[in-house]
Design a binder for this molecule. Structure first.
Ligand SMILES: [Zn+2]
Ligand SMILES: [Zn+2]
Ligand SMILES: [Zn+2]
Ligand SMILES: [Zn+2]
Length: 144
């Protein structure tokens, strides 16, 4: 779903544009996030690194990215926080399986941004559809 990997200079510029200091770890983390196809927990993002990463450091950086609008934090089915980048991504929504927790992307958006009387400035939205994935449907029918 995501574009081809971009070079370090792209990520350095991205960090500067968002008024974040440039560190090798942040560049590495952005690169990694750009490659992910589904939202992942801090634990699962940490596991994607070749070397051991401090979870608190990782969490703090994800939080900084979230505040800067580079990353979205989501909670599905009352699970732990899941993170997904939104700097290279095409806008999409998620399908959540209520049986196994599988997450799939679904393209297309028919949401019209509402007018807000209060002066609230909307910058993006999230939308999830809940149901059963194909595999869980087959399991339910006793086919697999
Ligand atoms: Zn997604
Ligand atoms: Zn968001
Ligand atoms: Zn499922
Ligand atoms: Zn949408």
């Amino acid at each position: 779903m995501h574009d081809e990997p971009l070079d370090a200079a792209y990520y350095q510029d991205l960090l500067r544009e968002h008024e974040l200091s440039v560190t090798p770890f942040r560049v590495k983390l952005l690169k990694l996030l750009a490659k992910l196809s589904v939202p992942l927990s801090v634990q699962n993002i940490a596991a994607k690194f070749d070397e051991a990463v401090d979870k608190v450091t990782l969490y703090r950086n994800l939080e900084a990215f979230e505040h800067a609008g580079l990353v979205c934090r989501m909670y599905f089915n009352g699970q732990e926080a899941l993170y997904e980048q939104r700097f290279t991504d095409h806008h999409h929504h998620h399908l959540i399986c209520t049986n196994c927790g599988r997450i799939e992307d679904v393209a297309g958006c028919s949401i019209e941004t509402p007018r807000t009387g209060s002066g609230f400035k909307i910058n993006h939205h999230h939308l999830e559809f809940y149901g059963l994935c194909h595999e869980c449907q087959l399991k339910k029918q006793g086919i697999i």
